[in-house]
Design a protein around this ligand. Structure first.
Ligand code: NAD
Length: 491
């Protein structure tokens, strides 16, 4: 059993109230992690607060150099970090390595801090008056992240926050916290001064203490919409700057002219990959016209062939879901949908993996004839369950997307440019894919949901420079008022 510690002021800190971290493929505890008490939270806040003055005065290029070195360490240690993620989360090693690459993308963006953290100046905004804007860091920022991307979501917050001159307290998910501590160690190795990045483990009470403390200036959250709403309201009520990203139910529209083999391949990986536990997973396919039956046949073949197993298995394509409650919740949702009249084209939801009988496995499942009012369509199941709906027109498909409470991502598969254009303009979601099933933008753009998928108005990555800085506007006049005439008279 490993012991996972808090990370405060550049060093591991042990704690009490230990809970088990479990390998989802085996149901065996593999580590313990402490839940922070008041003293631990206070120590992290004090460390981050004390470190702020020096870090905010550190030059932009020096901050960027630390991030450059950290980015290299992230890539050099990708296999080790991926193995940690796989053990605690359950996703395949390839998928976990992909997560580290996406985390590095966020760090690479932040290495551009010297070019990106800047205001602007206008000359002669009045007689002899110039006006400029400058960007100040905020102070102590807090980030609360979900289990499904234990490294990447943190890096989407920490990178820009640190490049902007803030200090940070990261509260990762208690379900897979190991990789976060390894990341904090790598930051230290890269030269990050002690106290600039701290990691505390915990649950609701830890988050509440972090939000409420007057030293906390800003709160970033990613997780379920239910908790996002709570965090958003609490932080806003305390006068904090807050961005909170929530759940999703991402639709893919399949137009009549789409290549069904391509669509079936893309849906197989976009819905079943990472056991459906991606915030940008496609969980609803909306087939326009008559292609539903041929597409279902192709999906059935592929869903049956997906290899379920432990994330570190040689030929595993889909690992387990994160915990027993998720497994049981998803299995119950499938049963309820079928009892409510849905047709299971493939139902591997209760499949047991030989040799891993206690693992939290849920196999790929394809449901059709699902009622739009049912929980299987309305709720985020966060498992490898694909709902296939039929509509008569693109307009009907767009109306489904508009009516849904979530608006994280949406995609269309078509060869018709006009249909793609109409979809791009009208789909009510923050991240749109055209012949791309999981359209997570690169870090140079942003991660941003609409509706109940995000509360607050700034996205992650390149949209978060304004979140992590506050502008100051300076209006100045020297010549006429100060009498500083240096006698320069151009001809
Ligand atoms: P979760 O909401 O259960 O937990 C997220 C974080 O909040 C964890 O660190 C957890 O410890 C903490 N937390 C839990 N209950 C809390 C409470 N009452 N008060 C304060 N903090 C609390 O989410 P999860 O199950 O870890 O992650 C999966 C969810 O995250 C899915 O809904 C998924 O769609 C979403 N997600 C969204 C995005 C996005 O970009 N919108 C990205 C990744 C994941």
């Amino acid at each position: 059993m490993r012991t996972i510690h808090h990370w405060i002021n550049g060093a591991p800190v042990s704690g009490s109230d230990l809970i088990d971290v479990t390998n989802p493929a085996t149901d065996q505890p593999i580590a313990t992690v402490p839940m922070a008490d008041t003293d631990t939270v206070t120590a992290a806040l004090a460390a981050a607060s004390d470190a702020f003055d020096d870090w905010s005065q550190t030059t932009l290029s020096r901050r960027a150099q630390v991030l450059f070195r950290f980015r290299d360490l992230l890539v050099e240690n990708r296999s080790e970090l991926a193995a940690l993620i796989t053990q605690e989360h359950g996703k395949t090693l390839d998928d976990a390595a992909g997560e580290i690459s996406r985390a590095a993308d966020s760090v690479e963006l932040a290495c551009g801090g010297p070019a990106l953290v800047r205001g602007g100046t206008s000359l002669q905004t009045g007689p002899d008056i110039d006006t400029k804007s400058v960007l100040h860091p905020l102070g102590v920022c807090v980030g609360i992240t979900p289990f499904n991307f234990p490294a990447m979501m943190g890096m989407m917050m920490v990178s820009v926050a640190l490049a902007s001159g803030n200090t940070f307290i990261w509260k990762p998910s208690e379900q897979d916290p190991g990789v976060c501590i390894r990341i904090a160690e790598l930051f230290k190795e890269a030269g990050l001064p002690d106290g600039v990045l701290n990691v505390v483990h915990g649950r609701q009470d830890t988050v509440e203490r972090l939000i409420d403390d007057p030293r906390t200036e800003a709160v970033a959250f990613v997780g379920s919409s239910q908790v996002a709403q709570i965090v958003y309201s609490r932080a806003a009520a305390a006068g904090k700057r807050v961005q909170a990203f929530g759940g999703a139910k991402n639709h893919m529209i399949v137009m009549p002219d789409a290549d069904l083999d391509v669509v079936a391949d893309q849906l197989t990986s976009a819905c079943f990959g990472a056991a459906g536990q991606r915030c940008m997973a496609i969980s609803v396919a909306v087939v326009v016209g008559e292609s539903a039956e041929p597409l279902l046949a192709k999906l059935a073949t592929r869903a049956e062939e997906v290899r379920l197993g432990p994330g570190d298995g040689d030929d595993t394509e889909v690992g387990p879901v994160v915990n027993r409650q998720s497994q049981e919740r998803i299995q119950a949702a499938v049963k309820e949908a079928i009892a409510g009249g849905a047709r299971a084209v493939v139902d591997r939801s209760a499949e047991v993996v030989p040799g891993f009988e206690s693992g939290y496995f849920v196999g790929p499942t394809v449901l059709t004839d699902v009622e739009v009012s049912s929980a299987a369509y309305q709720e985020e199941l966060f498992g490898p369950i694909l709902v296939v709906l039929r509509v008569d027109s693109l307009g009907d498909g767009l109306e489904l997307i508009r009516s849904h409470r979530y608006g994280n991502g949406a995609s269309i598969f078509t060869r018709d440019g006009a249909a793609a254009n109409e979809f791009e303009r009208r789909a009510s979601a923050g991240m749109i894919g055209v012949n791309v099933a999981i359209p997570v933008p690169v870090a140079a753009y942003a991660v941003q949901g609409w509706k109940d998928s995000a509360y607050g108005d700034t996205g992650l990555n390149n949209a978060s420079w304004s979140f992590y800085t506050r502008p100051k506007y300076v209006t100045s006049r020297w010549d006429s008022v100060a009498g500083t005439d240096f006698g320069f008279r151009p001809n």
